[in-house]
Design a protein around this ligand. Structure first.
Ligand code: F6P
Length: 369
């Protein structure tokens, strides 16, 4: 082992939306670090634990703290998508929210806590923040997390396959009720920029139509598929819709959600729209269901547990070698580290000319194009 840098204490934080496997990553980091004689602390609620006026603290993480958590969903450190050090939301006396740059305070607080390096576990947004903190002098290693699987620089993100499992199970259950009622069931899934969950679960769950952001759809083509099935005596259909999918002549559907520091905008509502349009154009009875945060919950499947453990241990090896400003990622058959800037340069979209889409098309799945 080429361990060059003197490390005494490292910190871990989890940022953005949670994903099954976060706790397994935390456990792998803690045990790999403790076995090197390092101390580990956890920063609660993103970067909140580093600010005295925010919720959360910096807590010690020893072997005992991570006992029995590999299989647990969520994150023992808590997470938030409202803790960007460069745009920290502050509520003013008149109730309005102002965003402030508190990155200097956070870096200073990390120094005061004796943190020699930070392992930041996060998705696109959190890792962009980690990169900016690295550029301001904080030694950082990133671990890619998102159920959406849309991070470049890793062939898979942990949590994705667990979300696919949940979605596939849901499609299976919808099949029987769709068939009994001769209905079209439209299932909306997560996937902001990329349709990986809809594609994998739609294929595994034998959906008839899959709509993803990478392939703009025409609603008439979707209806044609349903009419063809009806004509062939298959008078029910399953339509999988990634929340970020769009019609050729339209935009993504947005909804308002309610954050503690004010309303926020999220993708959502496409499943309902598609269900309404199918019903009015084909005369068929339709129902829509949004899987939403169910896809982020629950225990990680074994593949995600193993990948999370590998990512956590690999991140500690990066710290030991002084490879900062990097992100670990799966480059089969191994886990490698690449510069964060490179990893974040692009989103990893579904390749529309790749073999998974080709397989679905060969099996008769419509992408509405
Ligand atoms: O990045 C994962 C993701 O699950 C997206 O697919 C989704 O749009 C978003 O997070 C929702 O996040 P939240 O409701 O937690 O803000």
């Amino acid at each position: 082992m080429d361990e060059t840098r003197e490390i005494r204490r490292i910190a871990i934080n989890t940022g953005g939306g949670d994903a099954p496997g976060l706790n397994a990553v935390i456990r792998a980091i803690v045990l790999s670090a403790v076995n090197r004689g390092w101390e580990v602390v956890g920063i609660e609620h993103g970067y909140g634990g580093l600010l005295p006026d925010d919720t959360g603290e910096v807590i010690p993480l020893g072997g005992d703290a991570v006992r029995g958590i590999t299989h647990r969903g969520g994150t023992i450190l808590g997470t938030t998508n409202r803790s960007n050090p460069f745009a920290w939301p502050a509520r003013l006396p008149d109730g309005t929210i102002e965003e402030r740059d508190r990155s200097g305070e956070i870096i200073e607080s990390a120094r005061r806590h004796g943190i020699d390096a930070l392992i930041a576990i996060g998705g696109d947004g959190s890792l962009h923040i980690a990169l900016k903190l690295f550029e301001r002098g904080l030694p950082v290693v990133g671990v890619p997390k998102t159920i959406d699987n849309d991070l470049h620089g890793t062939s898979l993100t942990f949590g994705f396959l667990t979300a696919v499992e949940t979605a596939t199970d849901a499609i299976g259950k919808l099949h029987s009720t769709a068939e009994s009622h001769r209905r079209v069931m439209v299932v909306e899934m997560m996937g902001r920029h990329a349709g990986w969950i809809a594609l994998y679960s739609g294929l595994a769950g034998t959906a008839d139509v899959i709509l993803i952001p990478e392939i703009p759809y025409q609603i008439e083509k979707v209806c044609d598929k349903i009419r063809q099935r009806d004509a062939a005596g298959r008078d029910f259909s399953i339509v999988c819709v990634a929340e970020g999918a769009m019609p050729v002549d339209g935009a993504a559907m947005l909804k308002t959600v309610h954050g503690g520091t004010g309303d926020q905008t999220r993708l959502g509502g496409l499943g309902d729209l598609v269900a309404r349009e199918i019903s009015s154009r084909t005369g068929k009875e339709t129902r829509s269901i949004v899987l939403g945060h169910l896809q982020r919950g629950g225990a990680p499947i074994s593949y995600d547990r193993v990948m999370s453990l590998r990512f956590g241990a690999a991140a500690v090896r990066c710290v030991a070698r002084g490879e900062f400003g990097t992100m670990v990622g799966l480059d089969p058959p191994t886990v490698k580290a690449i510069p964060l800037a490179e990893a974040l340069a692009n989103h990893k979209s579904v390749p529309v000319d790749g073999d998974i889409v080709a397989t679905a098309r060969d099996l008769g799945v419509s992408f509405g194009d």
